[in-house]
Design a protein around this ligand. Sequence first.
Ligand code: FES
Length: 309
Amino acid sequence: MTTTARPESAVTPEAAPAPAAPADPTFEELAGRVDAAVTAAAELDDPAKAVAEELQAAVEAVHKAGLVTIVRALKADESARSVLFELVDDPTVHLLLSLHEIIRPDPMTEANRVLVSVRPQLQSHGGDVTLVRIEDGTAIVRLEGACNGCSMSSVTLRNLVEEALVAGVSSVTGVEVLPNEPSPTLIPLDSLRIGADPATEGWVKAGPVADLAEGKVSPLSLTAASGSTAELVVVNVEQRLTAYVNECAHEGLPLDNAMLDAANGTLTCPWHGFCYDASSGECLSTPGAQLEQLPLRIDDGDVWIRVGR
Ligand code: FES
């Protein structure tokens, strides 16, 4: 029996550490790589683009066939089904199965995707839409900006948001718009204090409450005993009276011919369409803008408005 000496170069060094395995790419890295490839493919000339698209379609067809087989097998095996559900929760697996239409995106994701397509049209009206939730087939949304509460809202809702959501999301059959949530305009308590002689406190009798018709904007010009004067409008929404200085918060133009939408509780300036909450004066078109409210009280069938101090 003969022995052969092992060549020096074949001796494995005992202390050498194993090379570290490369880290798995993150979901963001994978998605970024796809995005970069899509951007690069868009720059190709038409024949090259057609080849790239065919290659993509061919590879995806293979992947889809394999994935469908895997999912079917996991679904069919009761003990493996829980593994499938766990896998679907993984963002990369979820994306992969969604891309191949093996699982449906959840209704919120679908609805948000649809809203992305109508958003430019809403924004062209100075508005926007936010999906709040989906409940029993009804998509509950909030309209923002110029669309919010204005007469434009019903058109916007019906023509854009509702049509798009009902057509684009199988589980949505209708849309509900949440009412605005303005912060109420609080009149400082001391401005409401009525002294022994109302006239000396700046209160001016504006006339019988019956003269300020429901659903109307009534312009008034009042002068207090002190000589202070005020041009104002009184808005009557469902018998709730509110007095405002007759100046739009936009360019200070008068609101005599403002449009009062009693159903929506909004007041829209006739000049450039600034839209206000009729009861609080809060501008719904431009956050932070506000009509100036004047103290108003009803006494024995007469309306009193405080003008100056
Ligand atoms: S002055 Fe009212 S919207 Fe411009």
